[in-house]
Write a protein that binds this ligand. Structure first.
Ligand code: NAD
Ligand code: G6P
Ligand code: MN
Length: 433
């Protein structure tokens, strides 16, 4: 049987994952699921872990769920390690979202200064986990969901000895589901060729039953109603002239780059009216954990769909399933480029459609990205690489450099000011500086 270790097991997303394992149990016989958390997450781990146990009991499956604060016993002889932790908890995310707004810069958990600082807090922890894996489960696959997933995967590829790593995001699958709905066809008939980076991914083409419907879908993306693909980013709608000439499908995170000024204003307004997204999520999470406590509850409650990570379990479990069973189907994941996208370094993490084999994802060759998007993608990759370097070395100048070259930052001086304020605000989670 398979042993899974899930780090950050107290996450409210855990019932999603458990539902996914239950649904695919016939193909993917999991015997042990170890949910690991830290002292600060003990109560959440207890509540969500007990729900997981009830869900499995209800499904009448022989999966043992273990709850632990001891990462070592969880990792020992694991086959798959999934990571969904948040260093500094949602309080740290709220700071990432709020502080940059004072400087009229976007405050968001994976983009701009927030993405940099989430990376600086997270990368030392993931590299520690990698060291433990070398010792305790050297053959395991690391399936990382922890944001910023692109930067974190980059850091693992570049600074650890773990080669079997895949970064995962629900945005590509969310786009496929969303477009299926817009076209009113079953999602199994939709295929998108994805290429780019995490939260900077493009759909180079989109097919129904193998026939391209790209122009039709591109025209749909001009309507705000049609572009709410994830719960945490409202649909906006593109200028028809822009999206038609861009010629590829965007993802919701592109709003921050192609509508940067509007998105800063919108984020500021929302922060003032209802709090930042972290503050909204804190309230949502309270409700969710109240529901999870109910001893009668034996399913994933539909209220979880208010979180941005919908379909995460589908993405994670179908990936694990395809690796375990050597399925050789196509899935978009974050993996080592290996030349698939010509305009990016071979040894960098890219988000791209891959054939998923028992030896991991094999990226499908893309060649050069269209000239209109190539430069931005390269710039964000440079930002991720330099941010990862800053996280590992603890070099202050490197952190200022990373933020200055980010396209959402207006100047070197503003970058320095934001880095200073955020370093101070987050200092307990940045021991390397
Ligand atoms: P959360 O705040 O509920 O954190 C999850 C758990 O991690 C908590 O129980 C916390 O106690 C625990 N934790 C914190 N530090 C830890 C450590 N060092 N070791 C082990 N556990 C630790 O977070 P969430 O909202 O459930 O999100 C979890 C993570 O998944 C975040 O990093 C988030 O950005 C990411 N996420 C990614 C995607 C994606 O598309 N890749 C989608 C949604 C969420
Ligand atoms: C998804 C993204 C995640 C992100 C999450 C936020 O769109 O793919 O990477 O972290 O939503 O959701 P939340 O509910 O925490 O705001
Ligand atoms: Mn994501």
């Amino acid at each position: 049987g398979i042993k899974i270790a899930t780090i950050g097991g107290g996450s409210s997303y855990t019932p999603e994952l458990v539902e996914g394992f239950i649904n695919r149990y016939d193909e993917l016989p999991i015997r042990e699921l170890w949910l690991v958390d830290i002292e600060a997450g003990k109560e959440k781990l207890e509540i969500v872990g007990n729900l997981a146990k009830r869900m499995i009991k209800k499904a009448d499956l022989p999966i043992d769920v273990h709850l632990t604060l001891d990462r070592e016993e969880a990792l020992r002889d694991a086959d798959f390690v999934t990571t969904q932790f948040r260093v500094g908890l949602l309080e740290a995310r709220a700071k990432d979202e709020r502080i940059p707004l004072k400087y009229d810069v976007l405050g968001q958990e994976t983009n701009g200064p927030g993405g940099l600082f989430k990376g600086l807090r997270t990368i030392p922890v993931i590299l520690d986990i990698c060291k433990d894996m070398e010792r305790l489960c050297p053959n395991a696959w690391l399936i990382n969901f922890t944001n910023p997933a692109g930067m974190v995967t980059e850091a693992v590829l570049r600074y650890s000895n773990i080669k079997k790593v895949v970064g995962l995001c629900n945005v590509p699958i969310g786009l496929e589901m969303g477009i299926a709905k817009l076209l009113d066809v079953d999602h199994s008939r939709i295929h998108i060729d994805f290429a780019g980076l995490n939260h900077m991914v493009f759909g180079l083409d989109v097919y129904v039953d193998g026939v391209s419907v790209r122009n039709k879908v591109i025209n749909l993306l001009t309507d705000p109603e049609n572009t709410s693909f994830v719960k945490n980013i409202e649909g906006q709608g593109w200028e028809p002239a822009f999206i038609r000439s861009l010629g590829v499908l965007t993802c919701p995170y592109h709003n921050y780059y192609y509508k940067s000024r509007d998105m800063v204003e919108k984020t500021k307004k929302e922060a003032a009216e209802k709090g930042t997204r972290a503050e909204v999520v804190l309230r949502l999470e309270k409700e969710l954990f109240e529901l999870y406590k109910d001893p009668e509850l034996t399913i994933k409650p539909p209220q979880l769909e208010e979180r941005g990570g919908a379909y995460y379990s589908d993405a994670a479990v179908r990936l694990i399933n395809s690796i375990y069973n050597d399925k050789r189907d196509i899935q978009p994941v974050n993996t080592r480029n290996n030349g698939a996208i010509a305009s990016l370094p071979n040894d960098s993490a890219v988000e791209v459609s891959c054939v998923i084999t028992k030896d991991g994802p094999k990226p499908i060759t893309v060649g050069d990205l269209p000239v209109a998007v190539r430069g931005l993608v390269q710039q964000i990759k440079s930002f991720e690489r330099i941010s990862a370097e800053a996280a590992v070395t603890g070099n202050y100048d490197t952190a200022v450099l990373a933020l200055t070259i980010n396209p959402l930052t207006p100047s070197d001086t503003v970058a320095k000011q934001i880095v200073d304020e955020m370093m101070e605000a987050h200092k307990e989670h940045l021991p390397q500086f």
